[in-house]
Design a protein around this ligand. Structure first.
Ligand SMILES: Cc1cc2nc3c(=O)[nH]c(=O)nc-3n(C[C@H](O)[C@H](O)[C@H](O)COP(=O)(O)O)c2cc1C
Length: 167
């Protein structure tokens, strides 16, 4: 059963689960892909509820998001360790991860990119701003810990146009 919630209604719970692994789905031209994410934030900016996702340019998801301008975030309540491992280690360029991880997709309410049909928190996001991280703007400690090989994240600020719990 789907229950609509305010974007920040379960943000604490969402961030707690996210830090251990959640899913970002992107889609373009009939191709849908799921990648694991652990970093991101809920915020209110530009008069809108926003989810900020961090995606490295090397990811196939980056290509799909650039082309579609949207993404969804699915934060599972149940233990999905195996799917998190598959979607966080293989690339959609050469693997159908939805089949490999046995994920079931559900059409979104307001955008073309689906969510994962699993108990959890789900956010449909339309990108209203993107920002490319640069070495010049990043602290040395963060660079050495997170960007030894470059590939600085693109920050995608997605307006949350629909948010709900699947129970
Ligand atoms: C727990 C976990 C969290 C991750 N978080 C992110 C993230 O926030 N941003 C990112 O760009 N990659 C992240 N990754 C790596 C991607 O999920 C991984 O490179 C994936 O294979 C990319 O898939 P794609 O090429 O199909 O987009 C994470 C991986 C794991 C295992």
């Amino acid at each position: 059963m789907k229950k609509f919630i305010a974007y920040n209604e379960q943000a604490d719970r969402g961030l707690d689960i996210l830090s251990r692994g959640a899913f970002l789905t992107s889609a373009h031209n009939g191709k849908t892909n799921v990648m694991t994410i652990a970093w991101g934030s809920f915020s209110f900016a530009w008069k809108k509820p926003v989810f900020m996702a961090m995606v490295r340019p090397s990811r196939f998801s980056h290509d799909l998001i650039e082309a579609s301008g949207e993404f969804t975030v699915s934060i599972p309540f149940s233990d999905m360790k195996q799917a998190i491992a598959i979607c966080g280690s293989r690339s959609g360029r050469d693997t159908d991860k939805i089949a490999a991880a046995d994920l079931k997709m559900l059409p979104s309410e307001k955008i073309n990119t689906p969510v994962i049909n699993t108990p959890g928190l789900h956010y449909e996001c339309k990108i209203i701003c993107r920002q490319q991280m640069t070495p010049e703007d990043t602290a040395e400690l963060v660079k050495s810990e997170c960007y030894a090989s470059g590939d600085f994240h693109t920050l995608y600020f997605g307006e949350i146009v629909s948010s709900y719990v699947i129970e």
